[in-house]
Design a protein around this ligand. Structure first.
Ligand code: MUC
Ligand code: MG
Length: 392
């Protein structure tokens, strides 16, 4: 056992290899709040929280995450035993409501530090590794059918991905259905097709177009309606079709999980370490899914290899029916912050062994992408951020 000695936080910005278009906008860079935790024993651990499009995906942004960590979460846990995770979560909750992304970054760093100090992989602190690897999805989000198909064909040939999630919701639903139908037809027999509407439709639009997507061969439809629209989700689940309805933005807390299960409003939950408030709480949400016969999917906020490896460690411990994962964030970035990335083999992500999350943070790379690096003024940063995300 060892007490928490210190923390450091910083925001980094990493450009993406191509624009990533979602229902609410287009991103050209990903921003992260990175946390370094040091224990009295000298052990060091790293955590990360990623957001998509600043504060566009949900209420938190890299800046709010850093502020919550510095002002409230660090004072709440400083000097306490690093391995007493449940106590630390309660202390963070008492000092700061919500702010789950921020809490997840702190907890992620502490789990890494404790696992490293014991020389064990983090999954051993979380119940042990049930899966050696998980099927790895890729997201098609260029907004152009030819470019999407070219990308999917390349990923298939490289034996990296054969589950493709298409981001829709920015265009008219008829146009989206036409694009999805064309891609699904071209890849039929070679790949599984899923879509993510990112809350763009109202209930009536969803009830009209979900059957058309099902007819096109889509296996799974993610968050077709607003995060609050549980009744519409339930009406889609009740439709007689083989296509599954997955909650993403709707499912954050274990209480959300219970409410969705109780109202039969999801076939599958997309699990994400950030929105659940950490790795332990991801397991609590997964436990509700398992109890309610709801499947799970290993979701992403487009983390670097650090956050992706941490997510992989907790996903690897989960029982119940799963639909693979989409921890492809590192492949969407021009560069990473670790020495070597996780292995992707035969369409599956191999869960990394080794102490902590099994990846080694490269501090020179962190410095290269640090928003506060010498010479970058606040004005430049603001201008950079405006061009890095364009809302619709
Ligand atoms: C989301 O809503 O699932 C994850 C992958 C991706 O392309 O967008 C995100 C967020
Ligand atoms: Mg989603």
């Amino acid at each position: 056992m060892s007490r928490i000695l210190s923390f450091q936080t910083r925001i980094i910005d990493i450009p993406t290899v191509r624009p990533h278009k979602l229902s609410f906008g287009s991103i050209q860079q990903q921003s992260y709040c990175i946390v370094r935790a040091e224990l009295a024993s000298g052990a060091v651990g790293w955590g990360e929280a990623a957001t998509i499009g600043g504060a566009s995906w949900n209420e938190e942004s890299p800046e709010s995450i850093q502020h919550a960590i510095q002002s409230y979460l660090i004072p709440a846990v400083m000097g306490h035993e690093a391995g007493e995770f449940e106590t630390l979560l309660q202390r963070m909750d008492k000092s700061c409501r919500g702010n789950y992304f921020a809490k997840s970054a702190v907890e992620m760093a502490l789990i890494d530090a404790v696992a490293r100090s014991q020389g064990i992989p983090a999954y051993q602190l979380l119940g042990g590794k049930l899966h050696q690897q998980l099927p790895l999805a890729w997201t098609l989000a260029t907004g152009d059918v030819d470019k999407d198909l070219e990308e999917a064909t390349r990923k298939l040939a490289e034996r990296k991905h054969r589950i493709f999630k298409i981001k829709i919701g920015a265009r008219r639903p008829e146009e989206d259905v036409a694009l999805v139908t064309e891609i699904a037809k071209a890849l039929a027999g070679h790949a599984k097709i899923t879509v993510d509407v990112n809350q763009a439709w109202d209930g009536n639009t969803a009830r009209r177009y979900v059957p058309e997507l099902a007819h096109a061969g889509v296996d799974l439809i993610e968050q077709p309606v607003a995060q609050w629209n549980t009744e519409a989700m339930a009406s889609l689940v009740a439709m007689p079709m083989r296509t599954l309805i997955m909650a993403d933005e709707s499912i954050c807390s274990p209480q959300d999980a219970y409410a969705l299960a109780h109202q039969h409003a999801s076939h599958v939950f997309s699990l994400k370490v950030a929105k659940h408030g950490g790795l332990h709480r991801t397991r609590k949400v997964a436990a509700v899914a398992e109890a309610a016969d709801i499947g799970w999917y290993g979701g992403t906020m487009l983390e670097t290899s650090l956050g992706s490896a941490a997510s992989a460690h907790v996903f690897a411990t989960l029982a119940g029916t799963h639909h693979g994962c989409e921890l492809f964030g590192p492949q969407l970035l021009v560069d990473d912050i670790v020495e070597s990335q996780m292995i992707v083999r035969d369409f599956e992500l191999v869960i990394p062994d080794g102490p902590g999350y099994g990846v080694t943070v490269d501090e020179a790379k962190l410095a290269r992408f640090d928003r506060a690096r010498v010479g970058l003024t606040a004005v430049h940063v603001d201008m950079g951020r405006q061009t890095a995300f364009k809302s619709n």
